[in-house]
Design a protein around this ligand. Structure first.
Ligand SMILES: [Zn+2]
Length: 455
């Protein structure tokens, strides 16, 4: 399958917070043919963003599409405006500062040529979405999305949210139209295309009685054993969603599902909104869904996708909650270790140098964004420690309070700490110690000395 956008269009409906003589969108180097603002042709230029993201030559430098509207259609403060961008070309993945790839990734196997490619595995954290559409690619600028993907008939194409229409055209192509009416971070969108076993089923959310569509897509090359294993994991997803719904409050979106693709060179999963994506192994792209990873990605629908980090330096918030949720689900539902025991083990046995990277600082280096210990493990330990300090009832009150206040929006580390201190009900010396606890655990560049037993 050719990796080519014959004719792509992005339409953005936005509200200006100031008068705009010029503005820029985040967009990599596809061939832009036309930009209009409020229906009138605009000037545009594609330039490299500044400063340089990384000194490593393989790392993609972000690009900007700078738009200068015609003076008669300049966006006015407080007014809605419409931008349309037409483009074409051969979308490329983005290489991040940690040298992993994201964005528009051709779904191919084996790892080295000659390869068979059946489409694209499209995941966008943190900046990959600008490899295939222009946007203000920042997690605080959420939007609702309509994703229309025209592909050869027989291919499956997946966007965020629910399937609004599947239109067969007379020329051997079909358009998949997905609509997501809940606010969505640009990094949580997708347009994955490929040869899939695609099914639409449904599940009932126990806490609300709602019926949710379940859209699953499994790589068509999965063999019988792989298919059986993937289906065994997918069969438990409704129970996992109900587990988190019981603990955190109603599932934030209107559908769920999964994409299990064969995409070599990826080797990670991503919590794409409503449709977590699983790439299988890095080398072989073996289609698979680990049950514990599935718990992690589903928990992200609450923490990460609904209540979203404010800046990328707050990534521990997304990953700490998802990692802790996986610990908790695995312990209660899958024979895993007690999170308290995991905490004890990590606190006792993690080497000193691993504590030098603070979760909410990450040495100021984007290459550390997905470092396992500071972002995932220490993030989850911070939450588990708080649970031991305040007790289960207040811990889950914190989870629900965060979602009450920040669902469909963003939350900073400072807002998290303020909410956790408030929910604790502590006062005086206890409250001061709790504040010091968070400072040490989230900002400290040495092993924290304040532990739950100190309270
Ligand atoms: Zn995660």
């Amino acid at each position: 399958m050719a990796n080519e956008f014959e004719s792509a269009r992005t339409k953005i409906v936005a509200t200006a917070t100031q008068k705009l003589r010029e503005f820029s969108l985040d967009f990599q180097e596809l061939d832009v043919s036309r930009v209009t603002v409020n229906g009138r042709e605009a000037e545009f230029e594609q330039v490299e963003a500044t400063p340089d993201l990384s000194p490593i030559p393989e790392v993609s430098q972000p690009m900007k599409l700078v738009v200068e509207p015609h003076p008669s259609t300049r966006p006015k403060k407080g007014r809605e405006f419409v931008v349309k961008v037409r483009y074409s070309g051969d979308p490329q993945p983005i290489t991040d500062p940690d040298e992993s790839i994201e964005g528009w990734i051709r779904a191919c196997f084996p790892l080295d040529p000659p390869q068979t490619c059946d489409g694209a595995f499209v995941v966008g954290e943190p900046m990959g979405s600008q490899s295939w559409f222009p946007s203000n690619n920042y997690p605080t600028d959420k939007a609702t999305f309509d994703t229309l993907i025209r592909v050869p008939q027989g291919k499956t194409a997946l966007g965020v949210g629910e399937l609004a229409a599947l239109t067969q055209h007379g020329d051997g192509t079909a358009t998949w139209h997905w609509t997501e009416d809940d606010p969505t971070g640009t990094y949580l969108t997708t347009a994955t295309v490929g040869d899939f076993i695609y099914t639409v089923e449904s599940m009932v959310e126990n806490s609300t009685g709602r019926t949710l569509p379940v859209y699953n897509a499994i790589d068509a090359t999965a063999n019988a054993d792989q298919l059986a294993a993937i289906n065994a994991s997918l069969a438990r997803a409704p129970d996992q969603i109900n587990f988190f719904s019981d603990n955190y409050g109603a599932y934030p979106f209107d559908s769920t599902g999964a994409v299990a693709d064969r995409a070599t060179g990826v080797g990670y999963a991503l919590e794409v909104q409503t449709k977590p994506h699983y790439s299988g192994s890095f080398t072989f792209g073996t289609p698979s869904i680990n049950i514990s990873t599935q718990a992690h990605e589903l928990a992200h629908q609450w923490f990460g996708n609904s209540a979203t980090l404010e800046t990328w330096a707050d990534i521990w918030f997304n990953e700490g909650w998802a990692n802790w949720s996986d610990w908790y689900w695995s312990f209660l539902e899958d024979g895993g270790d007690d999170p308290a025991a995991i905490w004890d083990d990590l606190y006792a046995n993690t080497p000193d140098e691993d504590w030098e990277t603070a979760p909410a600082i990450l040495d100021g280096d984007p290459a550390n964004l997905f470092h396992f210990f500071p972002t995932y493990q220490r993030g989850a330990m911070t939450l588990q420690g708080y649970k031991e300090i305040v007790g289960d009832a207040k811990f889950f009150e914190l989870a629900r309070t965060l979602l009450d206040r920040f669902a469909y929006g963003n939350v900073s580390t400072e807002e998290f700490i303020a909410t956790a201190m408030e929910v604790s009900g502590f006062a005086g010396a206890d409250l001061a110690l709790l504040e010091d606890y968070f400072q040490q655990w989230l900002y400290g560049e040495t092993k924290p000395t304040i532990v739950p037993d100190d309270f």
